[in-house]
Design a protein around this ligand. Structure first.
Ligand code: AMP
Length: 190
């Protein structure tokens, strides 16, 4: 199995690239943000719980997120591999993912991190908010909170995967196709 963590701050382009990469490599794309939004739309208990955090730009608690992610992985374990988009976002999520994959005799092949400066991120998200209808993309304060959550809880995962020798940084600025090519260069090494 080839299992990729597509990593980067909000607005780095993870969702866009995951959609392209999943087709090229026949991988199963899991976006925890998308799963939460689906649950919010369908008024499930999980959706109700997640909404309270998402509306403020805060992370949903680990236990809830890990249980949800584990369910999706278990249900789809016979695929060629996964692209994890927006997960893990904390060290305990990273550990839980490792333990989960180990149970199925597989592991993370690499973390591909899209690197983009904060000012570009904020403008991209505000721009996306005009069309996406995402409340958390339309308000500068919420966006800044999401970026600050990223730096306080998520950015440390760079070191976590570097220690495992599977961190690959990619310049996330430029044309979408150029960024895809950079990702594919890394994929060819995994
Ligand atoms: P995203 O679509 O990845 O930008 O995620 C949107 C929001 O969903 C985040 O701001 C969090 O509130 C929540 N979320 C998504 N993935 C996670 C995760 N792995 N851990 C905690 N919260 C998450």
């Amino acid at each position: 199995m080839k299992n990729i963590v597509l990593f980067g701050p909000p607005g780095a382009g993870k969702g866009t690239q995951a959609e392209i990469i999943k087709t090229k490599y026949d991988l199963f794309h899991i976006s925890t943000g998308d799963v939460f939004r689906y649950n919010i739309k369908n008024n499930t208990n999980l959706g109700l719980l997640a909404k309270g955090y998402m509306d403020k730009g805060e992370l949903v608690p680990d236990k809830v997120t890990i249980d949800m992610l584990s369910d999706v992985v278990k249900k789809n374990i016979h695929v060629n591999g996964f692209i994890f988009d927006g997960f893990p976002r904390t060290e305990s999520q990273a550990v839980a993912l490792e333990v989960l994959l180990e149970k199925f005799n597989t592991t993370i092949s690499g973390m591909i991190a899209l690197e983009v400066d904060d000012e570009i991120l904020i403008n991209r998200l505000l721009d996306r908010g005009k069309d996406s209808g995402r409340a958390d993309d339309s308000n500068r304060e919420i966006i800044e909170n999401r970026i600050s959550e990223y730096y306080s809880k998520t950015a440390i995962l760079k070191t976590y995967y570097q220690r495992k020798n599977c961190y690959y940084g990619v310049d996330g600025v430029g044309e979408i196709g150029d960024i895809t090519s950079r990702i594919m260069d890394v994929m060819s090494k995994l």
